[in-house]
Structure formats: structure tokens, C-alpha cells
Design a protein around this ligand. Structure first.
Ligand SMILES: [Fe+2]
Ligand SMILES: [Fe+2]
Length: 295
């Protein structure tokens, strides 16, 4: 199936580019010991990126007292991890936003941001080492769907209609319609944009957590967040709710293995407990989306 993913991927010539500068900033921010000045200088070398950082740090989302006008202050104010998150997400929202008319981008991104926020919550709960990374990779996990919707719009629409009210999952349908899945396509995108290996791992294996190799715990976190969010979006045309399957059970066992003392007694309870978070998260997600898409 990976051969089909590559064929599809290589046939595309107008892929929204993630600017080289963004890849560099992400790579630097991923290292624990990066120097803030180097990162600020790199951001400053791209005026569009610098302006974007300033605009977002001054948005209602961060409630700054008084305007922040320098990138270095913005970095100090919201921290490296948040900067990493805002740069990547704003590029993705914008890069694909204009293009796929027949596809409800707002619903798609609501799902993505919600999975990010729930992933962050789970990461906090089990004391995972990089909470913001869980958030970011949660946002990006379904990026392959955006590619399929954009470049195979009609077929993807037909496929989605074809599986409405059936027990087929999106991944199963993709495999039979396209001979590949949004996970494999997402893997190609992650490689093309030089994402760190743990990001590709989550993007590739969030529906088959048993195949994860780089950061098994992170993949399990995002897989459970995804499952939870899918079961809360009946209106999302590109997502389907289902009962926990093997992959979710596997993810749950992984979480238990790493942090059994911090978790509820069963997967069912664990998912129900997330309801408390969910309402608050929906409000934040709405405001985040507006911040990234405002003109
Ligand atoms: Fe997915
Ligand atoms: Fe998803």
C-alpha cells in the first residue's frame, strides 16, 4: 500500500510548501538545548513568520498585558513549545484552507485541534515528557486526509458518501478506494516536510498503534484522543465514531504500562472522565481557529 501512497504523492506538483524556514525552526525547537537567541534570529530572518508570531502572541488567546512587539519577548512570554505549535498550526490551517471548497475545513480543524487538546490533557495526566509536542502532533495526526481531500476531492467525497451509515471505517474505505490510507499519505507529507521521526510515527500509526516504533506512548496518547473525539463528532463527514477496537485497547494497555497509578480503572471510565475537559476545550478550539483564520 505504501507504493500506492508514494505514487499518489509523487504525482502531485503543487503541494503547499512548508517554508524551509519553518522546518528549520521546528527542528531547532525540538532540541531541548536550543539557544533562544538563535531561534529568535531565525524567526526574524523571515518577515512573514515574524509578523505571524507577533500577531498571534497579541491575540486574545494569550491575554498579554500590553502589546508585545519583539520576537524575543514573544518567545520568552509564551515559551518555545507554544511558539513551535503556533507556527506549525498557522501554516497548516492557512496552507490548505483556501483550497478544498467541498470539504468542511472548519469541522476538520475542529477535530484536529480537539484531538490536540485532548492529547495534551492525557499527556499532562500521565506526566508524559513533552506535553506541547503531544498537542502539536495531535493537531497534525490526520494531515494525510487533507491531502486526499484536496487532490482526490471527488473520489474522496464519493467514498465518504459510500460509507455513510455503514460499519466501514474511513481507513478501511480509503484502502479499498485508493489502495492507500491517510496514514500512509500523511507519512509521505511528514517526510517531505522533515518532521521529527516521532511525528511521522503518530501520523502513520494512530489507527494501528501496535505498529508504532519511535514513540509508542505518544502514538497511544493521540490514538485515544482521536478515538474520543471521533465518538463526539457525529456531524463530521470525514470521521466516524466506533466502539473501541483492538488499536484502542492496545493504546490503553500502553498507557497503563507507563502510568497505571495515574489512570482510571478502565478504558470506559477513562473516556468518560474526558467529558469534563471536553466542554472547556471546545471553547478554546473555537477561539484558536478564529485566531488562525482571521484576515
Ligand atoms: Fe486518522
Ligand atoms: Fe482523527
Amino acid at each position: 500500500m505504501m507504493i500506492n501512497a508514494r505514487k499518489l504523492f509523487n504525482g502531485v506538483t503543487d503541494l503547499p510548501a512548508i517554508p524551509v524556514i519553518v522546518s528549520k525552526v521546528i527542528a531547532l525547537l525540538d532540541k531541548q538545548d536550543s539557544d533562544p537567541n538563535t531561534i529568535a534570529d531565525l524567526i526574524l530572518s523571515d518577515q512573514v513568520l515574524a509578523a505571524r508570531v507577533i500577531r498571534i502572541v497579541n491575540s486574545p488567546l494569550y491575554r498579554t498585558k500590553g502589546e508585545i512587539v519583539s520576537v524575543k519577548r514573544a518567545l520568552l512570554f509564551i515559551g518555545f513549545n507554544k511558539i513551535r505549535e503556533m507556527i506549525l498550526t498557522s501554516y497548516f490551517v492557512e496552507g490548505f484552507n483556501k483550497q478544498a471548497q467541498s470539504f468542511d475545513m472548519r469541522l476538520f480543524w475542529t477535530h484536529s485541534f480537539s484531538v490536540g487538546a485532548i492529547s495534551r490533557h492525557i499527556a499532562q495526566q500521565i506526566r508524559y515528557s513533552d506535553i506541547e509536542k503531544a498537542y502539536l502532533v495531535g493537531i497534525l495526526h490526520d494531515i494525510g486526509k487533507v491531502f486526499l481531500v484536496h487532490y482526490r476531492k471527488e473520489e474522496y467525497g464519493k467514498m465518504l458518501n459510500g460509507i455513510k451509515n455503514t460499519s466501514f471505517t474511513t481507513v478501511e474505505a480509503e484502502a479499498s478506494y485508493f489502495g492507500t490510507t491517510h496514514c500512509e499519505i500523511g507519512h509521505c507529507l511528514a517526510q517531505c516536510w522533515n518532521f521529527p521521526p516521532s511525528y511521522s510515527d503518530v501520523i502513520s500509526h494512530h489507527h494501528h498503534v501496535e505498529k508504532a516504533t519511535e514513540d509508542v506512548l505518544l502514538t497511544a496518547i493521540v490514538a485515544l484522543a482521536d478515538f474520543y473525539c471521533l465518538s463526539h463528532y457525529t456531524a463530521d463527514s470525514i470521521a466516524q465514531a466506533s466502539v473501541p477496537a483492538e488499536s484502542e485497547e492496545h493504546s490503553w494497555n500502553i498507557l497503563k504500562h507507563f502510568a497505571s497509578d495515574k489512570l482510571s480503572s478502565s478504558l470506559e471510565h477513562f473516556l468518560t472522565d474526558l467529558d469534563e475537559e471536553y466542554e472547556a476545550i471546545s471553547i478554546v478550539v473555537d477561539s484558536l481557529f478564529s485566531t488562525f483564520t482571521e484576515k
